[in-house]
Design a protein around this ligand. Structure first.
Ligand code: SF4
Ligand code: MSK
Length: 621
């Protein structure tokens, strides 16, 4: 008898495609997760260490076995060191993504990146001005070159402070200076974390965690912020536009190309190539009615934000999308791409293509993108996807797509509000909107897919709390139907009134994972307008189904910026009660915010509401 999949995912497409995968004898992430159970308790608690080869070591949480590694590191040091390295890996990932974009910007300025261009000249000038670059009377490409140089310096060590920290409220900047956590070079903080966590360097668990904040801030106010700004400059600053979500966005009668990963440098070129008349003619010859690009994970979110490209799914849907039999090609760049995908694709006709010099995968053909060949290579690949259309076998697309609206950049939100955050502040002050929550992050097989995101979102909006979301959380909420103006029916009376009058949904799609910085910028604008710090605002962050090191970095920069952050899955820190207490309580006295961990989204909603009401009271609202 075949299994039911309600325990794996709340999504109808997910449940039906899991059944199909079972029939096709395809192993998925849930099968592999179950095969791993029980997972290592030492690792789950952060108590194992393999930093050096005197180890690996572990500390016994019950006090019966060893309490120190071979070098003498105790539970506090080992847990803090492991967490520090997770932050470093997360910050490195986002920031290296940012660097790749800066290199394209430099290529555009030098004329060595054909096909790329400046699509938002106003943003180019504005950001350049923030970098102290004189823009008057200068050609766009000259400004672009100077901005790329200045941003590259932010990655190095020449400055005492990153340029874009100036966007944070003055009070927050002063606090960072006082605490010694003001981020200097982007690469420097990550490099220093790797140094500090080498055997025999920083063995103060508090000082390690303090540097963790600086490292994460170098991501949020550095690498990720640069990634978002340069993406807007090169590909356009998002504005609200219709889109749709779930595997039903794939089209039976068209060539389907799935883009997966994070960096829009590749996916933007693929999208452009799909508009090539010659290739569209070829598709027609092959019997296809067109070429359909759909996304999974954040490179999809990047295209959704700027072009309304539809999302076939989020993190745990990436294998199931292949099981539809309708994906003629999947093109990946980097991050969150399961190495199992090539094996799954081998059961179908899907051509799998990897494109980044730093990301290879078994079962994928490697076709490397660089700024100088991207335009041509994108056309070649799209042609090959078209050729593959006729190799399709059975196609299974069991659901209809759900409509959504994406594209809420800070610029777009302010435009919708009439150019100033004041109407939002008024709505919060009057209590019609109680506060705002950023719901971000991934799926994780430890939590039923989308259950955490959708349940939490539902509870918040029905209690008049505005939700902005990014990454896989945003796709979950799109699939759930929360992103159309009619979704105000799910909202409480105050939120319904405000969103209804503005014609916007109660859940605003803010973009990809690096786009979490848009939330920082909006929070800063609100804090500055009220002349308070971010930590005074009735705002919260939540990552109900997070899995990645990048999510850890995001969580730490949110808390470091003064935003109370509620995590679903527990990070590997429970081996040290000192670390747990500092992260969940002590940080309140340091940065004015802390973490909570609550896997049950119903209970998380209660925590968040209490926090928001507490902040309102303190503000006298
Ligand atoms: Fe063991 Fe210390 Fe080496 Fe870690 S750093 S593996 S605790 S000896
Ligand atoms: S893609 S980091 S699974 S949100 Fe950004 Fe989704 Fe998390 Fe990757």
């Amino acid at each position: 008898m075949s299994k039911t999949y309600e325990n794996n995912t709340i999504t109808e497409d997910g449940q039906l495609l899991l059944k199909k995968a079972e029939k096709d004898q395809v192993e998925t992430v849930w099968d592999r997760y179950n095969a791993q159970l029980p997972q290592c308790g030492y690792c789950e608690m952060g108590l194992s260490c393999r930093v050096c080869v005197m180890g690996p070591c572990r500390v016994d949480p019950f006090g019966e076995g060893p309490q120190q590694g071979v070098c003498g590191a105790d539970a506090d040091i080992i847990v803090a060191r492991n967490l520090g390295r997770m932050i470093a890996a997360g910050a490195a990932s986002h920031s290296d993504h940012g660097r790749d974009l800066v290199e394209v910007l430099a290529g555009v300025a030098e004329g060595t990146a054909p096909g790329y261009e400046i699509r938002d000249a106003e943003k180019l000038r504005n950001v350049a001005a923030e970098y102290g670059i004189e823009t008057d009377g200068k050609e766009e490409l000259v400004i672009a070159g100077e901005l790329a140089d200045a941003m590259q310096e932010d990655f190095g060590t020449r400055k005492k402070e990153l340029t874009l920290v100036k966007r944070a409220p003055e009070k927050r900047q002063e606090l960072w200076r006082k605490l010694g956590v003001m981020p200097r070079g982007i690469d420097r903080e990550t490099s220093e974390m790797m140094h500090r966590t080498h055997m025999g360097v920083d063995n103060g668990w508090q000082s390690l965690l303090l540097h963790g904040i600086r490292n994460a801030l170098s991501d949020g106010w550095g690498g990720s912020m640069i990634a978002t700004d340069v993406s807007d400059i090169l590909f356009g600053t998002p504005a609200p536009a219709p889109t749709s979500a779930n595997v039903g966005v794939l089209k039976e009668d068209q060539v389907n190309i799935i883009v997966h990963g994070h960096n829009p440098v590749v996916s933007e070129m693929i999208l452009l190539a799909c508009q090539d008349n010659e290739i569209l003619g070829l598709a027609e010859e092959k019997g296809a009615k067109g070429i359909n690009v759909a996304g999974v994970c954040c490179t999809g979110n990047e295209l959704l934000m700027r072009h309304g490209v539809a999302m076939a799914g989020n993190h745990l849907t990436t294998e199931l999308v292949l099981a539809t039999g309708a994906a003629d090609m999947m093109i990946v760049d980097y991050q969150c791409i399961m190495p199992a995908l090539g094996t799954v694709a081998a059961c179908y006709h899907t051509k799998m293509i990897s494109t980044s010099d730093k990301a290879r995968f078994p079962g994928m053909e490697h076709r490397e993108f660089h700024p100088d060949n991207a335009s041509e290579l994108a056309k070649e690949l799209v042609k090959e996807a078209v050729e593959n259309f006729e190799n399709r076998g059975e196609v299974y697309l069991p659901v209809e797509p759900v409509p959504a609206i994406g594209g809420f950049s800070v610029e777009a939100v302010l435009r919708a509000l009439g150019g100033t955050p004041q109407p939002l502040i008024d709505a919060i002050a009057s209590g019609k909107i109680r506060g705002a929550v950023g719901i971000v992050g991934c799926n994780n097989p430890k939590i039923k897919q989308d259950y955490g995101h959708v349940t939490l979102t539902r509870r918040l909006i029905e209690n008049d709390i505005l939700v902005v979301d990014t990454g896989c959380a945003a796709v979950a909420n799109a699939k759930a139907g929360f992103k159309i103006p009619e979704a105000i029916e799910f909202a409480g009376p105050g939120l319904k009134e405000i969103c209804g009058s503005l014609g916007i949904p109660p859940v605003l799609h803010f973009g990809s994972c690096v786009d979490n910085v848009r939330i920082l910028v909006l929070a800063s604008a609100l804090a500055n307008a009220l002349n308070v710090d971010i930590s005074d605002l009735p705002i919260v962050a939540a990552a109900p189904e997070w899995y990645s090191e990048k999510a850890i970095s995001i969580g730490v920069y949110a808390v470091g910026s003064g935003i109370y952050t509620v995590l679903g899955p527990m990070p590997p820190i429970t081996g040290s009660m000192n670390v747990v207490k500092l992260l969940t309580e002590g940080l309140n006295d340091v940065v004015g915010a802390a973490f909570a961990v609550e896997p049950d989204p119903e209970k998380a909603a209660v925590l968040i509401r209490q926090h928001i009401e507490g902040k309102r009271e303190k503000l006298g609202l």
